[in-house]
Design a protein. Structure first.
Ligand SMILES: *Cc1c(COP(=O)(O)O)cnc(C)c1O
Length: 370
């Protein structure tokens, strides 16, 4: 019986290892360990890839989201207590960024077919304190529409994109990260482009916002020993920037591999106990960070797959509003679709290090589940 791990990071990074170790050695020998050329090269590569005017490398995805919100506060566009709409079934980091910035997260339920924010439910959630929408391209599928844009424009809402799972996905030719007013990316090692530690980035076409994020991430300094904000230390580590400049040029290849493997799952799993993820009409809108199926017999299927050597994951078993840390403020909410997703979702292994045959083997095991 062949063992299929959920994600083997050593295998994922294997093809880049020679270049990475060579370049990391150069940085180690350079004596320059904060900022410097590597960060600049990384940021340039990101603006070329995403298509935005600006990119600021930051410490991680959560800090990126938080710094965007804080920067809008510094610029007078947001203030403490303002409400931010966020999908109910997102990874908790999206919500943590909002509450850490002393804004109020307003979860809106998911759409059972896209597993993303149900855009048709945004209007009902608007109040006179709503100031922003955080759209999350969950599992690598873009969450965007003309309607979302119209609501934001009409209400004067800021749109922040959480692109932690969606690097490389696009909507009508525009990359995620260049759809809203500002976006945060995560390069946590398991993401589609992963560093060898924590790393993140903020992209935007708003130069003033980018400058504010950069200042906030560097103790609130706009020039040396001059602190305009009570800032933070959320800089991108140049060692991680180095790893990312080796891997980013491979983004299209990585996304294509993932789409190809997802296509094999979609064409070969035909167990009536398993509901396959819907594919957007435009395949560019999905980079398959996770391949999530829904099943009433989730725990049973998960055990069956494990017994047959296939590792799986659950993304995510508990929505943020049900977590103990939000018991005081969000636990009263009833989000029926988010609950269904949390109870029934199962992520099958899918990553660019897997072969088509491994995917077919997993599909065979799923199909043999009775
Ligand atoms: C991973 C992730 C984050 C947080 O990124 P970190 O780099 O781990 O801080 C935020 N939002 C979503 C949707 C994520 O998947």
């Amino acid at each position: 019986m062949t063992e299929i791990p959920f994600l083997d990071l050593k295998q994922i990074n294997g093809p880049y290892m020679d270049a990475i170790t060579r370049r990391l050695t150069e940085v180690a020998l350079s004596g320059r360990y904060i900022g410097g050329d590597e960060n600049g090269r990384f940021e340039k590569m990101m603006t070329d890839t995403i298509g935005t005017e600006c990119c600021v490398g930051v410490s991680n995805g959560l800090d990126g989201l938080f710094l965007i919100l804080e920067a809008y506060k510094c610029l007078g566009r947001l203030k403490e207590g303002d409400e931010v709409i966020v999908p109910a079934n997102t990874y908790i980091a999206s919500v943590l960024a909002i509450s850490r910035a002393r804004l109020v997260p307003v979860p809106v339920d998911a759409d059972i077919s896209t597993l993303n924010l149900d855009i048709s439910k945004i209007e009902d959630a608007l109040t006179d304190r709503t100031r922003a929408i955080m759209t999350v391209h969950l599992y690598g599928r873009v969450c965007w529409s003309k309607q979302l844009k119209q609501i934001a424009d009409r209400q004067g809402l800021i749109v922040v994109e959480d692109c932690a799972q969606s690097i490389g996905a696009s909507f009508s030719g525009t990359m995620s990260g260049n759809l809203g007013d500002a976006a945060a990316f995560s390069f946590y090692p398991t993401k589609n482009i992963g560093a060898m530690g924590d790393a993140g980035a903020v992209t935007t076409n708003d130069r003033l916002l980018a400058d504010t994020v950069r200042a906030l991430a560097n103790y609130g300094t706009d020039r040396r020993y001059h602190n305009v904000y009570r800032g933070y230390n959320c800089r991108l580590d140049p060692m991680q920037a180095t790893v990312l400049t080796v891997k980013l040029p491979d983004l299209n290849h990585i996304s294509d591999s993932r789409r190809n493997l997802a296509g094999i799952y979609l064409g070969s799993i035909d167990n009536p106990a398993v509901k396959l993820p819907e594919t957007p009409a435009d395949s560019a809108e999905h980079v398959w960070h996770q391949f999530v199926v829904l099943t009433d017999r989730r725990d049973e299927l998960r055990r069956f797959l494990a017994d047959n050597g296939v590792a799986t994951d659950i993304n995510y078993p508990t929505p943020p509003h049900r977590q103990p840390c939000y018991a005081d403020s969000l636990s009263h909410l009833d989000m029926p679709v988010a609950r269904i997703v949390a109870d029934k979702c199962l992520s099958l292994p899918l990553n660019q290090a897997m072969s088509p045959n491994q995917i077919r083997n997993v599909a065979d095991v799923v199909n043999s589940f009775k």
